[in-house]
Design a protein around this ligand. Structure first.
Ligand code: GLU
Length: 446
């Protein structure tokens, strides 16, 4: 499939959250599955609300997810192209000057609603004569500019929603340039999609009406409209809009809470499809099975607990080849493959490996005084090294025989003294890691 190009177009006005990440991921997977390109477009024409710090954060979050972009553009650097397109549309009579104030527009809107009419802009500005327009400008009024929509049906076959149809006459001519000269979202997006050769626009269903308008803009610019796919927005576990929880569901806070990027990708790639959600360790695997057509129209529920469970399952299956460098980066000097295999199934977050590293190789709290006698006997029964997985069974049996303890009475104090914790990985795998010298010391004998 040559010529496939998609884009992810966040506005740098806040942090990316799981909903944005889903759109980015689906675009990226679609591009990779088709051998196409993935562009990052920063929609930063709104100078007041855009912040370069958010642009940096967006790039960091995408890099964290592994969603590398082939091209990146910033709308703030493309104003000359938008002005050129605007002039063309003005010359073609497709963009016209309007002088209504916000209050006047609000008044018209209310009046239409009271009369039971849809609140569509009445195109009064189109009826102004050249003399009237000049008089308004002489008065000091500055125009804002609207795109003139054609009457008639606007249709497309949405890759997620199926056939879509809007009546041009039922839509308001959108404002494309504000009174202060700033471009609003609608037209620059189309100009950029044409310039980048975007073949598929994949975005949230909150843009469906924009698509009807933008299809007319592609036509007016003499360009072919891309294919469109609108994904339903995510809901929270109770079925409400996710927007209230967005702070805690930002990629930044997920990362800081120790969630693995592939846990996010694994969940978001399958949410809203009929495919089972499972931990997938690489984006390449997600690309292999990717089909846009598998996404349904119903709003999927995003459950943070499901994300945590996937996160744990990813860690439990993580190979030492992958974990090793990260263990080293955490400064866990003794974390070899045996250690990793012993502890990984007890992790919910990767950083917890440190807890078990300490339990094996670090300092643990001394046992309580009332256990001293029991632990002295246990230490005396420690066999000579080398130790293997059967050491624990043989040793604990002999300690049981020597002290008359069994079950929790036997195992609990041994585990607590040896690891400093009441629960954790199996003692048969921990004991050889702890080794005889440390075990003796921890049992209070050394
Ligand atoms: N900046 C727009 C948004 O974040 C982009 C929409 C689009 O994909 O065209 O909603």
């Amino acid at each position: 499939m040559a010529g496939i190009c998609v884009r992810f177009a966040p506005s740098p006005t806040g942090l990316l959250h799981v909903g944005n990440a889903r759109i980015a991921l689906v675009n990226w997977l679609f591009a990779k599955a088709a051998g196409g390109t993935f562009a990052l477009r920063l929609d930063d024409t709104d100078v007041e609300r855009s912040d370069p710090r958010f642009a940096t954060a967006i790039e960091r979050d995408l890099a964290w997810l592994g969603l590398a972009w082939d091209t990146r553009i910033r709308q703030s650097e493309r104003l000359a192209d938008y002005r050129a397109a605007l002039e063309r549309l003005k010359d073609a009579g497709r963009v016209y000057a309007c002088f209504e104030t916000a209050d006047e527009l609000e008044f018209k809107r209310k009046k239409a609603l009271r009369a039971g009419r849809p609140p569509i802009y009445d195109r009064a500005a189109l009826k102004l004569s050249a003399i009237e327009r000049e008089a308004l400008i002489a008065e000091g009024r500055r125009p804002h500019w609207r795109f003139k929509l054609d009457e008639g049906a606007i249709t497309w076959d949405d890759a997620v929603r199926g056939p879509q149809r809007f009546e041009g006459g039922n839509l308001s001519d959108p404002v494309v340039v504000r009174e202060d000269g700033a471009f609003l979202y609608m037209l620059p997006s189309v100009v950029d999609d044409v310039a980048l050769g975007v073949s598929h626009v994949i975005r949230g269903e909150d843009h469906v009406v924009n698509t009807a308008v933008q299809i007319r803009m592609f036509e007016a610019l003499g360009a072919r409209a891309p294919a469109f796919a609108h994904l339903p927005l995510l809901m929270d576990a109770k079925g409400a809009n996710l927007s209230k929880r967005l702070g805690s569901l930002s990629l930044e806070s997920l990362r800081e809470s120790g969630i693995e990027p592939m846990a996010v990708n694994s969940l978001l790639a399958r949410l809203g499809t009929a495919d089972a959600i499972a931990p997938v360790s690489s984006l390449a695997t997600l690309v292999e099975g990717f089909e846009l057509g598998r996404f349904g129209r119903a709003s999927p529920r995003f459950d943070p607990d499901e994300l945590s469970r996937l996160n744990a399952r990813l860690l439990h299956a993580m190979t030492f080849a992958e974990a090793g460098p990260r263990l080293a980066a955490l400064g866990l000097a003794s974390a070899d493959e045996r250690f990793w295999r012993a502890v990984r199934s007890n992790l919910e977050r990767f950083s917890e490996a440190k807890v078990w590293h300490d339990a094996c190789f670090g300092d643990v709290p001394p046992p309580s005084a009332e256990m001293r006698e029991f632990l002295r006997v246990a230490a005396g029964a420690l066999p000579p090294e080398p130790w293997a997985e059967d050491t624990w069974g043989a040793w604990s049996r002999s300690v049981g025989a020597a002290t008359g303890r069994k079950g929790a009475q036997l195992f609990r104090p041994l585990r607590l003294a040896l690891t400093g914790r009441e629960h954790g990985p199996e003692m048969k795998v921990l004991l050889p890691l702890i080794g005889r010298a440390r075990a003796e010391k921890r049992l209070g004998a050394a």
